[in-house]
Ligand binder design. Structure first.
Ligand SMILES: [Mn+2]
Length: 230
């Protein structure tokens, strides 16, 4: 999920923040009602390319709102995971370190990070180091290629990613994320700047991703046993 600008909890206007809080509270309850276990995405700001710098007041508004939503989520048994995304999709949290600072400021033990290799490839100096830094604060994980298409068709070094996930003993979900305007919702495709499709048939794409992830996990485990660098 990503917030619209009209309900952006990182806005300076309390009326806009209030709309966002209502939207997030409704979303948490909707997740519970469909039997889901977590709400993730750009929950702390709008999902958009901002034309302005984040402000201190806006950041504080977002922190307070997320702290309140976390209380609701805890009561209804839904995890809250904040997706760290690149500069073109939010102005507030672009790195895992920023995300950790934000979580600390909420004072809540019910907010975790949602990391994504596509975004880390753009923003982190060292994506594997970011994973190790966030460690048990990672509540959800997106595997995506640098062009958001087939895994292995881009520049991301997944060996280093899977070594880091193994090092922190990551046991939660790993979800493959890819985009094609032929399949994915038009609004989301535009927000993610999907202007050309690297695939149109999702079945072989998903099968390939599952095999790729299983292979890379197995290779990382074997490397660890033999103490070999990728
Ligand atoms: Mn993602």
């Amino acid at each position: 999920m990503g917030l619209p600008l009209s309900a952006d909890i990182s806005n300076e206007d309390p009326a806009v923040v209030k709309k966002g809080e209502q939207l997030l509270a409704d979303a948490v309850k909707a997740v519970r009602d469909i039997g889901g276990s977590k709400l993730g995405g750009i929950l702390y700001s709008a999902h958009t390319k901002y034309a302005t710098q984040p402000t201190d007041r806006g950041r504080k508004n977002s922190i307070a709102a997320i702290a309140g939503i976390a209380d609701i989520a805890k009561v209804v048994g839904v995890d809250l995971v904040l997706e760290i995304v690149n500069r073109f999709e939010t102005n507030l949290l672009n790195t895992a370190a920023q995300g950790l600072d934000f979580i600390k400021a909420t004072g809540s033990d019910h907010v975790a990070l949602h990391l994504d290799t596509f975004h880390m490839n753009i923003e982190e100096a060292n994506p594997a180091a970011a994973i190790r830094l966030a460690a048990d604060k990672i509540g959800y994980f997106h595997i995506g290629e640098s062009n958001r298409g087939y895994l292995g068709d881009g520049v991301i070094n997944f060996d280093l990613i899977f070594d880091a996930l193994l090092d922190i003993d990551y046991q939660r979900d790993i979800t493959f994320e890819s985009f094609s305007s032929a399949v994915v919702d038009e609004g989301l495709s535009i927000a993610c700047a999907i202007w050309r499709d690297t695939w149109t048939d999702n079945q072989p794409l998903a099968e390939h991703a599952k095999s790729f992830i299983e292979l890379k996990r197995a290779e990382a485990a074997r490397r660890r046993k033999t103490n070999r660098k990728p």
